[in-house]
Design a protein around this ligand. Structure first.
Ligand SMILES: Nc1ncnc2c1ncn2[C@@H]1O[C@H](COP(=O)(O)OP(=O)(O)O)[C@@H](O)[C@H]1O
Ligand SMILES: [Mg+2]
Length: 472
């Protein structure tokens, strides 16, 4: 307490504080501060130190800044931070927190998942609370902002730090190299990652094909695949109900002849429908082979589903429906699983009302609303909040926001995610690639982060221009 403080603060309620500082002090929105006051009123007047975070600040006259912030806890004599104890004070000296004090915020929250560096704080790693991935997470940012790369970083760290299994819906083959380390195995983290059971399922792959089993689908989902409405198409729907129990239906190429041979006009109509949709030609059907649901039942550490390589436009939806239906049907087993959906608008857009799209979306809405208690946790990435159904976005408790320049989208995010301070959301238009605002349950405090480097190879990275070999 020898040098003059950066500024002065007051807190009436022991939760928020107001402060004033000269303009030249290094205070920024989201920055951490220490607040020293005289201690409990009427007590022995022992000096007390609390930590706080600046919410916002603005000019207050020519050479003064005025702002507000939140108190985070009291710094104990033993050097720990007691987040349960925040106190009002009439006057406190406020200073920008040093690295050691910022570190306390992470330590007190038991935040261990290292996702990068804190912007503006050189020596403190930005860490998330692994145990808060038992909530849904919304990952948002415009195209090219670095969402997929950052998701890769996050998933690697979850693989290293936890036993939480994950399934990754990968529309562009971005995660198909999640098993391949970029460097020779060297660090403890890399050793752990190298030992993980990571499966990559791809359409048409001879060893690890991505397959679904029609016969396992609930009736509703079968009808969605066939674009059948139980009322409008009642005759065909009914033929499907009866087909369901027959042995031939187990093999797609057995279905059409069996239906045609039945002599029933509705069954014939159903056969023609199947032919017209070219369902028999779809590569996705498992027939006797192992389906994606069988593999997920074993709960590998990570299962990457490469949804991009199918020949027919609905096959990736069949995979999604197979997985989500199966997880939901088995929800009572309460086996935790992180369900990662990159480009989530492909699977849960609010606008697409075709039967299969609707069936997939309804399942995701259901998991968003009720999946948490069964251990089904969503991690959804998309370009703007309005591209995913509102009943899904509103269920997310964790937010990652990368570069986003649309004021309307930012306003919408601010409304949905009240825990994200407007002063930090306002940074999103000027984020560089790889920079993010992380806020909500999984962050000890809202924070601006520069995402760290990937440990494993990216899959769908831009194709490079082949260069000439150096002369030699
Ligand atoms: N933090 C980062 N460090 C290095 N390269 C990155 C980083 N973030 C993104 N990139 C690169 O930028 C390109 C676009 O990033 P990507 O994650 O695919 O963006 P998005 O998913 O938001 O469209 C990719 O080629 C990726 O390799
Ligand atoms: Mg992407």
């Amino acid at each position: 307490m020898t040098s003059a403080p950066d500024g002065v603060a007051t807190s009436l309620d022991g939760r928020q504080f107001r402060f004033r500082t000269p303009v030249e002090t290094p205070f920024v929105p989201g920055g951490f501060v220490t607040l020293r006051d005289g201690g409990a009123a009427g007590g022995a007047a022992e000096a007390r130190e609390q930590l706080g975070q600046v919410d916002d600040l603005d000019f207050d006259g020519d050479d003064t800044l005025a702002g507000t912030g939140k108190l985070l806890g009291e710094r104990r004599a033993d050097g720990s931070l007691d987040t349960g104890a925040t106190h009002p004070f009439a006057w406190a000296a406020v200073d920008a927190a040093d690295d050691e004090a910022v570190e306390l915020v992470f330590r007190a929250a038991r935040a261990t998942l290292d996702v990068g560096s804190l912007i503006g704080v050189d020596n403190v790693r930005a860490r998330l609370l692994t145990h808060r991935f038992n909530r849904h997470t919304f990952w948002c940012g415009q195209s090219g902002s670095g969402k997929t790369y950052a998701l890769g970083v996050l998933l690697e760290q979850l693989l290293v730090d936890t036993e939480l299994p994950m399934v990754i819906f990968d529309p562009n083959g971005d995660f198909v190299r999640l098993r391949e380390l970029r460097t020779v195995v060297d660090t403890e983290a890399e050793r752990t990652l190298a030992g993980k059971d990571i499966r990559v399922l791809r359409p048409g792959d001879s060893e690890n094909p991505l397959l679904a089993r029609f016969i396992d689908f609930p009736m509703r989902s079968k009808a969605a695949v066939l674009r059948l409405d139980p009322i409008e198409d009642r005759a065909e729907y009914n033929a499907l109900v009866h087909l369901d129990v027959r042995e031939e239906a187990r093999r797609p190429d057995g279905i059409v002849p069996a239906l045609l041979a039945s002599g029933d006009p509705a069954a014939e109509a159903l056969a023609r429908r199947i032919e017209n949709l070219r369902l028999i030609d779809w590569e996705v059907w498992a027939e006797g082979r192992e389906a994606v649901t069988d593999i997920l039942d074993d709960r590998p550490d990570a299962t990457v589903l490469d949804l991009g390589g199918f020949a027919y436009p609905d096959e990736h939806l069949v995979v999604a429906l197979a997985v989500l239906d199966d997880l939901w049907a088995k929800r009572e087993s309460r086996r935790p699983l992180l369900i990662v959906i990159d480009e989530a608008h492909n699977l849960c857009s609010p606008d697409d009302d075709r039967p299969l799209q609707r069936a997939v979306r309804e399942r995701i809405i259901q998991i968003a609303a009720e999946g948490r208690k069964f251990g089904l946790w969503l991690l959804l990435s998309t370009q703007r909040p309005s591209k995913v159904h509102p009943n899904i976005v509103s269920q997310c408790d964790n937010l990652a926001l990368m570069r986003m320049s649309s004021p309307l989208d930012l306003e919408e995010l601010g409304t949905i995610f009240g825990f994200a301070p407007p002063s930090l959301l306002a940074h999103a238009p000027s984020f560089r690639q790889g920079e993010a605002l992380l806020a909500g349950g999984f962050a000890p405090a809202p924070m601006l982060v520069k995402v760290r480097d990937r440990l494993t190879e990216e899959g769908g990275a831009d194709v490079r221009v082949p260069l000439r070999n150096p002369a030699g």
